[in-house]
Design a protein around this ligand. Sequence first.
Ligand SMILES: Cc1cc2nc3c(=O)[nH]c(=O)nc-3n(C[C@H](O)[C@H](O)[C@H](O)COP(=O)(O)OP(=O)(O)OC[C@H]3O[C@@H](n4cnc5c(N)ncnc54)[C@H](O)[C@@H]3O)c2cc1C
Length: 365
Amino acid sequence: MASNYDVVIVGGGIGGLSLAAALAGKCTVALVEAEQTLAFHTSSRSARQLIPSYGPAVVQDLTVRTLEMLAERDAQAAEPILTPRGFMLVGDEDTVRAEASGNMHAITHDEAMQLCPALNPDSFTAAGLDNGSFGCNAPLLLEEHRQTAEAAGVDIITGAKVHSAQRLGSGWQLGAGTEGFQSGVVVNAAGAWADELAVISGVEKLGLQPYRRTAAIVNVENPLTPETPMLCAADDTFYFRAEGHQVLISPSETVPSGPEDAKPYPGDVEALINKLNTVTTLGIRSVDRAWTGLRTEAADGIPVVGFDAEAPGFFWLAGQGGYGFQTSSAIAELAAALILGEVSVDSPESRTAEQLAAVRWSIRR
Ligand SMILES: Cc1cc2nc3c(=O)[nH]c(=O)nc-3n(C[C@H](O)[C@H](O)[C@H](O)COP(=O)(O)OP(=O)(O)OC[C@H]3O[C@@H](n4cnc5c(N)ncnc54)[C@H](O)[C@@H]3O)c2cc1C
């Protein structure tokens, strides 16, 4: 006998969990996750930085709204989600200018060196700074969403991969492991597997592409101070930031992948360390741990949020790319309003809807 819900969310990463928390108490919800633990894939592998000047304009709007919501939450909480941490771009004039937008402003070479004395001064000629950027306590945010959802009666089922989904009357019937679910709405928050879930649901896929991105925590001879901004090469060849006495580094690669439990390729982290040991005075000595996650994007790089126009009750919450945390609260707010019928594609009434009107509300319109 299938359990019955208004909404079944498929995927227990930041996308699915933040929506579960936003819907909690407003309708009956189940969240179904294939892995035994929540946020096993990309959502536990991020760099934990929220950068208002990063991404296309609509992503920047979503980020500003998310930061506003998290700041409201922090004002009432004992432990903050947000910690101020600037974001600095370095490179040559043209590349920095091409990458800089929104909240990012140009700073002088001297200012850049003062903010990050670990840089080799000959390794860049231009710099930009986004001072409205924050570090994010991602594990706390994920855990709080889980608690909010469960406290309001959301059923969270782990270790249950959705293997079948079909239309049944005016809703959906899903099979996951040995369990069955019926719901009015199915939410596709399956990350790198979003297209795969569409296909098993008989819904046309959108061509969402997962891209590899590796990161590592390394031990260094000269630690960064906690105030040092996150440092990113404008030509996308590396970024790094302080992680206590250690440093988080990434080669910023964008290599296409299938949906999988991605792992670092041999040699990638070592090559990055060689590079960083020439463009900085960090003195990287050893690798503590390294990982790879998948950033999944639509062709235009804009998150896919809305009901599928050709599959009634099939809601996409995917394609967050490298912005899944920094857009999460705003996307969840918008998605919940759309699912509950509080705003519609054609008549965006709420402030959020107006702000986010450029998001593709509905697919294939
Ligand atoms: C190295 C790296 C650095 C990053 N840094 C940042 C950053 O600083 N700031 C930022 O905002 N973003 C960052 N990101 C991006 C961010 O991590 C992602 O956008 C976000 O985690 C995506 O969340 P998600 O919930 O869509 O996907 P996921 O976390 O992958 O969750 C999807 C879930 O769906 C489950 N699933 C799939 N198919 C099924 C099925 N059939 N049945 C049941 N469950 C299923 C999967 O098991 C998975 O747990 C980074 C990403 C990487 C890789």
